[in-house]
Design a protein around this ligand. Structure first.
Ligand code: CAA
Length: 246
């Protein structure tokens, strides 16, 4: 398979790390952004010990100028970006009647506005080269809503609106744009949910367990090859059967 340049935002997180490993194992050159240099460097060294090379670029994806500079740093190190995985995301869970403007804005800026901030600097190159893969990592809670997550669910539903518009605009340029909507995966983000609440949620999963980050990364890999060229505008649910809406 052709080796491409892949940028995974939030690559140092739970699902992000699995996506980085998957794309590297497929033979692609992979980069991610970071905000905390010491933490990112330690993470990079740990992956290197496993034989996985990842390029790092400084940048907060919630900030348009920071994201643009980050993309430039990636291009300088690895070359133009062919595969973009908009994976960076945060939660600020609280019921809406207690939610502050800051909790709303932080989540919308990091999860949704980041898709504009990072995709905008890479899209022209993909269109010029007539090949691209753009994948949004959304969430089950963007599909079904979640008590305590008006900000997060709005951002995640917005990501798929972004996907289906970009998919239409860029189809004739060899660019596919898809969404993956993971359910509850055993990462720090999900483990931060209070244990009794988490247990009730886990009990609603027909497969009977939380997901593994590798099970999300597997789907990212699925969308990349040339054989996947006709799959665009899709929203792939991967949630152990927790939500089967269509
Ligand atoms: N449906 C109905 N009622 C619910 C409810 C639900 N799903 N969840 C909580 N409640 C009720 C409680 O029973 C309680 O009722 P009483 O007051 O009658 O006893 C009440 O709501 C508590 O409300 P509060 O406003 O006091 O809530 P709180 O401040 O105690 O905390 C919360 C609420 C922050 C939302 C907490 O319940 C929570 O963390 N929930 C989990 C949210 C969640 O799933 N986050 C996912 C994070 S992981 C992720 O986002 C990754 C991904 O993509 C899947």
């Amino acid at each position: 398979m052709t080796s491409r340049v892949a940028l995974v935002t939030g690559g140092t997180g739970g699902i992000g790390t699995a996506i980085v490993r998957k794309l590297a194992a497929m033979g692609h050159k992979v980069a991610t952004n970071y905000r905390d240099k010491a933490k990112a460097t330690a993470w990079q060294e740990a992956l290197k010990r496993d034989g996985v090379d990842v390029a790092l670029a400084a940048g907060d994806v919630s900030d348009p100028a920071g994201a643009e500079a980050m993309v430039k740093e990636v291009v300088d190190q690895l070359g133009p970006v062919d595969i973009l995985v908009n994976n960076a995301g945060i939660t600020r869970d609280t019921t809406f009647h207690k939610m502050t403007a800051m909790q709303w804005q932080e989540v919308i800026n990091t999860n949704l506005n980041s898709c504009f901030n990072v995709t905008r600097p890479v899209i022209d190159g993909m269109r010029d080269r007539k090949w691209g893969r753009i994948i949004q990592i959304s969430s089950i809670n963007g599909q079904k809503g979640q008590y305590g997550q008006a900000n997060y669910a709005a951002s995640k539903a917005g990501m798929h609106g972004f996907t289906i518009s970009l998919a239409q605009e860029n189809a004739k340029f060899g660019i596919t744009v898809n969404t993956i909507s993971p359910g509850y995966v055993a990462t720090e983000m999900v483990m931060a949910v209070p244990e009794e609440v988490r247990a009730k949620i886990a009990a609603q999963i027909p497969v009977g367990r939380l997901g593994k980050p590798e099970e999300i990364a597997y789907a990212v890999g699925f969308f990349i090859p040339d054989d996947a060229a006709w799959i665009t505008g899709a929203n792939m649910s991967i949630n152990g059967g927790h939500y089967m809406g269509w």
